[in-house]
Design a protein around this ligand. Structure first.
Ligand SMILES: [Zn+2]
Length: 86
């Protein structure tokens, strides 16, 4: 089992769940892929870490049943643009 550390709290994170479904959206926020991942959490500050993604997605947007999958969260491209820098 891997070990993850919360850098802010300097403690080991705890494994919460395996096989959690998460949806990856396109740059235009359209449906793209659904992945299975593991959820870890810091017992002190509650910071969550998603890791353990497989090599292949569980579903892709063109496959049947994609829209019915219940996902824990959505992955969006949030690359900083620098516009918010003061
Ligand atoms: Zn923490």
């Amino acid at each position: 089992m891997p070990r993850y550390v919360c850098a802010g709290c300097e403690c080991l994170m705890t494994h919460e769940r395996s096989g959690l479904l998460v949806e990856e959206r396109t740059d235009e926020d359209g449906p793209y892929k659904i992945w299975s991942a593991d959820l870890w959490r810091c017992p002190h500050c509650g910071t969550e870490l998603l890791t353990g993604f497989g090599a292949e997605p569980v579903h892709q947007h063109f496959e049947e049943g994609y829209e019915k999958a219940e996902c824990y969260l959505v992955i969006r491209d949030r690359t900083p643009t620098g516009e918010d820098d003061a």
